[in-house]
Design a protein around this ligand. Structure first.
Ligand code: ZN
Length: 258
């Protein structure tokens, strides 16, 4: 039952994130009025604006102009919906989370995880689509990650964030912005804040490995040319999520091999 509600809540949050990031893209205020179609700019009535369901019922097309609606919208809604269920499941079962911390504080921590993962997912989808990481999501999430330190007192993650940012900043300068963007350098600070040392190094390892693998696959299948750009943000985010969830287990497993 609670999973059903969390899924619906996640869909709603995903829908809100869509409005925020895609409207900011076009320089509009995200809080003004209702959604409208990207093509014909006709306002979308509430019955065509139900997360996920409307996209399926309309066959992915605008009711007015019949042009395609970007699949990024339902993708973000669905992923955030799934994430809400999954994070709750993870915290209650794997981490025995609510058994360890209590009351209001545990709700705060749940909110922190949900904000963090929702923001990361939205940034990854946005970067895939537009090759840019929106500050409008990155800075609030970074602020939340920083504020959390006042409760966790793990201040050692701040230098980890600075080193992480300096590392990607150096790569940015060396590759003259061809390998990655300034958004990735800013994202690197958040990665350090969220993960700390040594998990942030693991995140980079996963990011470079999966990024290289995806690049090779895209070139072999002819989807991309050798010189064409591939957004690096989604791989950094994938690395961050994997390191956050399974990082300590992966490092233990790896040391067991040595
Ligand atoms: Zn339209």
């Amino acid at each position: 039952m609670i999973y059903g509600w969390l899924f619906l809540l996640g869909l709603t949050v995903g829908s809100f994130l869509n409005v925020v990031i895609f409207r900011l893209r076009f320089g509009d205020s995200p809080f003004r009025g209702r959604s409208y179609c990207d093509h014909c700019h006709k306002k979308i009535p509430w019955y065509d604006n139900i997360p996920l369901l409307s996209f399926v019922l309309l066959g992915g097309k605008c009711r007015n102009c019949q042009k395609k609606i970007s699949a990024a919208y339902p993708a973000i809604e669905f992923l955030v919906g799934l994430e809400f269920v999954w994070v709750y499941w993870l915290l209650t079962t794997n981490f025995n989370f609510f058994g360890q911390v209590e009351g209001f504080y545990s709700l705060g921590l749940l909110a922190y995880w949900l904000i963090l993962f929702s923001g990361l997912i939205a940034m990854a989808v946005y970067d895939l689509k537009y090759m840019i990481i929106p500050d409008e999501i990155l800075w609030p999430v970074t602020l939340v990650a920083f504020l959390r330190l006042f409760f966790s007192h793990q201040w050692q993650v701040v230098p980890a964030g600075l080193v992480s940012s300096a590392f990607l900043g150096a790569l940015y300068l060396i590759t003259r912005g061809r390998g990655m963007g300034l958004g990735d350098v800013k994202l690197a600070f958040l990665m350090g804040l969220v993960l700390g040392w040594p998990l942030v190094a693991l995140a980079y390892f996963v990011a470079f490995l999966t990024g290289a693998a995806a690049g090779v696959i895209l070139i072999i299948t002819g989807k991309k040319k050798l010189k064409s750009k591939i957004a690096f943000g989604p791989f950094l985010i994938l690395g961050t999520i994997i390191a956050k969830l399974w990082g300590l287990n992966i490092i233990k497993w790896y040391i067991g091999f040595l």
